[in-house]
Design a protein around this ligand. Structure first.
Ligand SMILES: [Zn+2]
Length: 218
């Protein structure tokens, strides 16, 4: 068993790529959300601690997240693991590194889906969503415009520009994200098994680049 890590900013399409890689290479997909839900439902000590932290409205701290992940890794897996959304901080990355070396678990690829902030901003700011919640179709002014300006192709309802999708909202989210993400990225960039793929390509091409890297490692 080896542990692979997929990194990327929100909006990079990382989640979709992770799902496809997991399917293609029969990996075990590990997201902290799933591990957390599992630990809570099993009522483990650390699961209950995490539940109490969330119930108080706080973010689950690094040590608790690490504890959950390590407990799950100790149970073992058949085949390799792909982490998606973990590690999220430099502290988590350092702790994971120590855990893996003490458990003699190999670190496989650290794959980064790299998309320039400007390109991410264009993806977000051009997004329009159907105002009919039952429909929820998503469009993009440049890459997937509706046939009729401002009208949903599927149900005819007006399209709207969500307040989360403005440039200002995007930039403030990215600044917050990068404050944590850049140190994490810097930590992994120095590792010999770090690989970056161009996330600005079409999703199919991004997937092909990732597949090539995985095929090399197999
Ligand atoms: Zn619609």
């Amino acid at each position: 068993m080896k542990v692979h890590i997929l990194l990327g900013p929100p909006g990079s399409g990382k989640g979709t790529q992770a799902k496809r890689l997991v399917e293609k290479f029969k990996l075990n997909h590990l997201s902290t959300g799933d591990i957390l839900r599992d630990a809570v439902s099993k009522g483990t000590e650390i699961g209950l601690r995490a539940k109490a932290i969330m119930a108080s409205g706080k973010l689950v701290d690094d040590d608790t997240v690490n504890g959950l992940v390590f407990a799950r890794l100790r149970q073992g897996f058949e085949g390799d693991v792909l982490f998606d959304g973990y590690p999220r901080t430099l502290q988590q990355a350092e702790a994971l590194g120590e855990f893996l070396s003490t458990q003699l678990i190999g670190l496989g690829y650290v794959l980064s889906v790299a998309v320039p902030d400007g390109a991410l901003e264009a993806r977000v700011v051009g997004r329009r969503v159907c105002s009919n919640n039952d429909c929820g179709a998503i469009y993009h002014m440049e890459t997937k415009p509706p046939k009729q300006d401002g009208i949903c192709d599927l149900c005819g309802s007006p399209l709207k520009h969500r307040s989360d999708d403005t440039a200002e909202a995007f930039r403030s989210r990215m600044a917050e994200f990068n404050a944590t993400f850049q140190p994490l990225l810097g930590f992994y960039e120095r590792k010999p098994n770090f690989r970056s793929v161009d996330g600005n390509l079409a999703p199919e091409q991004v997937f092909e680049s990732l597949v090539q890297l995985f095929a090399e490692s197999a």
